[in-house]
Design a binder for this molecule. Structure first.
Ligand SMILES: CC(C)(COP(=O)(O)OP(=O)(O)OC[C@H]1O[C@@H](n2cnc3c(N)ncnc32)[C@H](O)[C@@H]1OP(=O)(O)O)[C@@H](O)C(=O)NCCC(=O)NCCS
Length: 154
């Protein structure tokens, strides 16, 4: 069980515009292709997402000691006609800095995102992951369902 000091130290908060200077993009680069993003591009995208308010939330954990962003993940709230105009949370872009994996920060990020989806009235929250990460998401309370399909545009 983590003590309250650790909980405070590794608190999840929403992304802030100053997080670009704290290694947020470099962290995302550990996940997938992410070319360098200029300050202007970052600010424009940040504002695009900010307008969506609680329908698009990016959570981060900042290491207070180094001032670096060490974990992140996002959740997008989809509004449907199905299920009595229900809502579904989609989790994306979950990554923990490679130097600090295995310390339950990933779990903490997922808890933050799933609780946000629940608080928004979603009837489920879903995500895609690699086979290697299946056990991690099971530990976070997810179950495998159906098959992921993708089409990439050149
Ligand atoms: C996947 C990832 C986010 C997990 O974050 P993490 O902070 O290392 O994971 P946690 O410490 O919170 O792990 C929670 C539990 O899952 C287990 N776990 C974590 N990764 C696992 C894996 N790949 N296989 C099996 N179990 C795993 C942990 O042992 C822990 O178990 P416990 O609760 O019994 O102690 C992190 O490894 C990562 O960033 N990987 C690279 C990017 C990536 O693949 N992101 C996911 C995109 S779908």
């Amino acid at each position: 069980m983590e003590n309250s000091e650790e909980q405070q130290k590794y608190r999840v908060r929403k992304l802030e515009i100053s997080d670009k200077g704290k290694g947020f993009i470099e962290l995302l680069q550990q996940l997938s292709v992410c070319d360098s993003v200029s300050d202007k591009e970052f600010e424009d995208r940040f504002r695009d997402l900010d307008v969506l308010g609680d329908d698009h939330v990016i959570g981060v954990i900042e290491d207070e000691a180094s001032g670096k962003i060490i974990a992140t993940g996002s959740v997008f709230i989809e509004k449907k006609f199905l299920r009595n105009c229900g809502k579904v949370g989609h989790i994306e872009d979950v990554v923990v800095d490679s130097s600090i994996r295995g310390k339950h920060l990933g779990k903490r990020i997922i808890k933050f995102l799933t609780e946000h989806a629940r608080s928004m009235g979603c009837y489920k929250v879903i995500l895609d992951c690699s086979v290697e990460n299946k056990a991690f998401y099971e530990k976070c309370g997810f179950q495998q369902k159906s098959v992921q399909m993708a089409m990439y545009f050149p």
